[in-house]
Write a protein that binds this ligand. Structure first.
Ligand SMILES: *Cc1c(COP(=O)(O)O)cnc(C)c1O
Length: 456
């Protein structure tokens, strides 16, 4: 170990934990495009959004000017149960790779829900409770968001209705049961409980569902039930705001030891963990020209940044949600059924889309076997069993560290390790058995779904 002054894990004192979330939009020169009403194509007003989302969250969603939002004391107290999360110096990985690079990862998997999603779940549940609501509805794919939200709702004594993509509901019974343990009701989507679910089932009998479809059902359930609102675990500005706690803690920990990262890497599904991790660093890059390289890593089977189009699109399959301007593969895009690596949303956060379009960050994609190779390597060297989603970032970090080995550069690499993979062992199994395939959509596949973009 060449530098024993930096501990394996950099923890923060409770008093060093962030007291405010950081809203990167306040410092962006080109603001992310507003959400549009799907019928009138006019920017969504606070009033329109309040039919779907909690009032306080609507304010956060629409605010491009306030740089800091104080984190309410109740949320800070909840955070103390599982935060600060450690920033780990990956000494073992560096040694194994024989790289001069210094690698750090921010580990968000140290809570029962197993991912960073709890950071926003508790915030959204808190504002729903404060508004006097009875409960919230949401969708979940693989189940991490649903799990996080059920934990937050049970803590605050709120009802939680989760629409779970049918294929996951059937293939991931353990996730479903964790949610039910925390008191949530879990419905496989599409279901016969909603009009949009019935419509989708009539058009595609036997469909195993998709995230876009579960979103439509959850939104319909919220707006048609007295005392309920809809909450979403990624993509939205408010979610990136809450997730800034990841980046703020990371920055405080690095600053304590005078470490300046050269490269910051995160996996990108809807963009919330990456947006949160990079927020304070991107803020410095925009304000003072700090020269961080920021890299988003996505699956080659769902490549919204690397192969998508920057345009207004529907956020859901049923087309009931507002339109968002984002890098998108088209709302009808569904990744190949053998895709097991998560990050399967067709679009990307408007904030990250704008930053990417402005050339402030890079993006790359990996096939799922490349990702699982990195996952297994990391598990064996660093001990943590990573989520497949997180392993996209691991792969990116390993590749950058190997480049340093070639050039002899001692770069400092920080990546987000968003969660653990205990519920993803079926995917690990198919990798171990050599059954995992790499279907990469053709240009024609993508063209076909892009053809359905709304005409604005
Ligand atoms: C949901 C999830 C992601 C992807 O979501 P983002 O909003 O892009 O951060 C990544 N890793 C884990 C473990 C997740 O649960």
């Amino acid at each position: 170990m060449e530098n024993t002054k930096i501990p394996y894990k950099i923890y923060l004192e409770e008093s060093e934990m962030p007291k405010s979330w950081y809203n990167l939009r306040a410092d962006m020169k080109n603001k992310p495009a507003p959400l549009l009403n799907p019928a009138t194509h006019q920017p969504m007003t606070a009033q329109e959004l309040s039919a779907v989302f909690c009032e306080e969250l609507v304010k956060q969603e629409l605010d491009n000017d306030t740089a800091y939002f104080e984190i309410p004391q109740e949320i800070r107290d909840f955070y103390k149960m599982y935060r600060p999360s450690p920033l780990v110096r990956a000494y073992c990985l560096e040694e194994k790779l024989d790289t001069p690079a210094k690698i750090y990862y921010k580990f968000e998997g140290n809570n029962t829900s197993g991912s960073h999603k709890l950071n926003s779940a508790i915030a959204q549940a808190y504002y729903a409770k404060k508004q006097g609501l009875k409960g919230v509805t949401t969708e979940t794919g693989a189940g991490q968001w649903g799990t996080a939200l059920s934990m937050a709702c049970s803590y605050l004594d709120l009802d939680c209705k989760v629409y779970m993509v049918k294929v996951s509901y059937e293939q991931k019974p353990f996730r479903r049961e964790v949610m039910r343990t925390y008191g949530a009701s879990v419905t496989p989507s599409p279901s016969m409980e909603t009009e949009v679910g019935k419509k989708i089932l009539a058009a595609h009998p036997g469909t195993t569902g998709s995230l876009g479809c579960a979103i439509s059902e959850a939104v319909e359930k919220a707006v048609s039930s007295e005392g309920y609102r809809y909450v979403l675990g990624s993509v939205l500005n408010q979610v990136l705001l809450h997730q800034s706690v990841i980046g703020l803690e990371t920055k405080t920990a690095l600053d304590k030891y005078g470490i300046k990262p050269d490269i910051i890497i995160g996996c990108a599904g809807g963009g919330s963990n990456l947006g949160g991790l990079i927020a304070p660093f991107m803020g410095e890059k925009i304000k003072n020209g700090a020269d961080y390289r920021i890299i988003a890593v996505e699956p080659a089977s769902c490549p919204s940044l690397t192969r998508g189009t920057y345009a207004y699109d529907f956020c859901d399959t049923g087309m009931v949600c507002p339109l968002a301007k984002m890098y998108t593969l088209g709302s009808s895009f569904i990744p190949s059924p053998n895709h097991a690596g998560g990050l399967r949303y067709h679009g990307m956060s408007s904030v990250l889309s704008q930053l990417y379009d402005d050339g402030l960050m890079e993006a790359r994609s990996y096939s799922q076997t490349q990702v699982f190779e990195a996952a297994e390597y990391f598990a064996r060297v660093e001990g943590i069993l990573p989520a497949p989603e997180s392993s996209h970032a691991i792969r990116g970090a390993i590749d950058e560290a190997l480049k340093c080995k070639e050039t002899g550069e001692e770069k400092t690499i920080v990546f987000g390790l968003t969660g653990t993979g205990y519920f993803d062992m079926v995917a690990y199994e198919s990798f171990h058995d050599g059954k995992m395939t790499d279907y990469i959509p053709t240009d024609d596949d993508i063209k076909a779904s892009i053809a359905n973009l709304p005409k604005i």
